[in-house]
Design a protein around this ligand. Sequence first.
Ligand SMILES: NC(=O)C1=CN([C@@H]2O[C@H](COP(=O)(O)OP(=O)(O)OC[C@H]3O[C@@H](n4cnc5c(N)ncnc54)[C@H](O)[C@@H]3O)[C@@H](O)[C@H]2O)C=CC1
Ligand SMILES: CC(=O)C(=O)O
Ligand SMILES: [Mg+2]
Length: 610
Amino acid sequence: MWRNILSKSANAAEVGKANLRRERRFSTAIPGPCIVHKRGADILHDPWFNKDTGFPMTERDRLGLRGLLPPRVISFEQQYDRFMDSYHSLEKNTQGQPDGIVSLSKWRILNRLHDRNETLYYRVLIDNIKDFAPIVYTPTVGLVCQNYSGLFRRPRGMYFSAKDKGEMMSMIYNWPAHQVDMIVITDGSRILGLGDLGVQGIGIPIGKLDMYVAAAGINPQRTLPIMLDVGTNNQKLLQDPLYLGLREPRLEGEEYLSIVDEFMEAVHTRWPKAIVQFEDFQMKWAFETLQRYRKKFCMFNDDIQGTAGVALAGLLGTVRAQGRPLSDFVKQKIVVVGAGSAGLGVLSMAVQAVSKMAGSSETAANRNFYLIDKDGLVTKDRKNIDSAAAPFAKDPGDIDGLREGASLIEVVKKVKPHVLLGLSGVGGVLKAMRESDSAKPAIFAMSNPTSNAECTAAEAFKHAGGHIVFASGSPFENVDLGNGRIGHVNQANNMYLFPGIGLGSLLTGARIISDGMLQAASERLASYMTDEETQNGILFPSISRIRDVTSEVGAAVAQAAVAEELAEGHGEVGIKELMQMSKVEMVEYVARNMWFPVYSPLVHEKNGSN
Ligand SMILES: NC(=O)C1=CN([C@@H]2O[C@H](COP(=O)(O)OP(=O)(O)OC[C@H]3O[C@@H](n4cnc5c(N)ncnc54)[C@H](O)[C@@H]3O)[C@@H](O)[C@H]2O)C=CC1
Ligand SMILES: CC(=O)C(=O)O
Ligand SMILES: [Mg+2]
């Protein structure tokens, strides 16, 4: 019963917020001017400044646009409604067609707007984030990367290739914006769960930065998606005559690292305060580059660190869902499937949390965690064990008859875990979770995109039982369990953290991103939900609350940066002001600094470049 009350009040709050957004969206208050160094047709062809038919007549005169547009001025609100009408018509007209075709059609209509008019694009994205995130982000972004060479129309972001060695320091100045705050870089070597997609992986930095704009209000003119093309080992792409990247095998060893080093130096020289997010690098380079740069630059690896923070928040939420005190986290038995960058990142952060809570060593804290990869249970008997996985390998004397390489089903049957967390392939084991020691076992099928999820939401509730807590990396609909019961689906995706990690670091001018800042982000996300919500199996907020979540997470990151004396100040806000901010003031500071898309009056200034 209270579930209904809760959802009603949540709905009322959503409606209130939507009205507020609409008021703000089409408010008559005049926004501050925006300096532009272009005139005439050049403005119409620049998506940062273009307003399509929305240029007022006086602006058309000032900027040399008279006669270049049809005479009638269309308001932002009318443009917005017209776009949404076209989008809904497309939805109607593609009904019944295969999912991939529908998703790509939706991506195309959004992408065309993105290429033409960024203000309108980000406005519709922010207002409709729940519907549009699955298109610009996972799962559709995976399909876009797979088909990138065919979908390519206009470049977005920058491409640095192995052929550019020695040139990067000058190339970085080819980027037209004076200031860049947020960079997402990939080498395309592990795109979601889709493997090596070479240059086609550029879709991921673009999608992540769209989420930065929507969730964290980073000004899109200050974002920069980067593809580091060091070749590909994907044979199909190498043989494809239309493949747009370097048609040669991936660089390895020192040759590879020297390219990444050169890029990092070039970025740091031009924009010393830019934050660099590493995304979808294969495991060996994900760990290596994180160790190499984390004490030198303001950077983080989202797959290792962002994912870990979201998973930890979900694991803590699972304890609350069982109606138990958080301190019981130290007793939870957790099986992690996938010993890659994401799985090991999660384990490392979860073990640290247990060790801190229990006041024990990390070795002791590791007792209740089990790691499984494609060769089964990882133990100290494993030959050629990866050094990053070694700390989590089980002592053969400590696993109650289980052996090295034991299958997932054997491990689950023996251990009866409270949580089964997949960062690769848990299909086929769901029934065994019925024997879990927990009254509310949790299944986290975190792999992306949807086609790579370890199981669907419907499968999880059907086989493991209607009482489970379920989370997935890509979105699924809630599941109808019959008799009016709903199986709630959470989206356990690093999108709940990376925008706040980036924004909190930016607004404090953090020198580096420390473990303490990441932990603060995770803890704030974990405490975001109420007890009622967690006990109802709701571990993460709706994505429609993402800006609010980011304000909280960003503030937690900022406060940790200040406390650890890593903050150097941002713009006019110095260290002293940052230190004086209360928790509430910090949340307000973060929220106030989010960019919001409105048409600003454009003022032309000569002799510059944009
Ligand atoms: N929900 C989220 O926020 C995130 C989800 N992910 C997803 O996690 C997945 C893995 O990412 P990474 O760890 O970076 O990849 P990775 O390539 O570094 O690691 C994959 C791991 O899975 C293991 N594996 C493969 N097949 C297996 C099988 N049948 N049974 C057990 N283990 C198996 C491999 O041995 C390897 O240890 C991807 O699908 C990615 O999209 C990654 C980051 C964030
Ligand atoms: C979400 C994400 O970062 C991944 O699947 O790689
Ligand atoms: Mg990723």
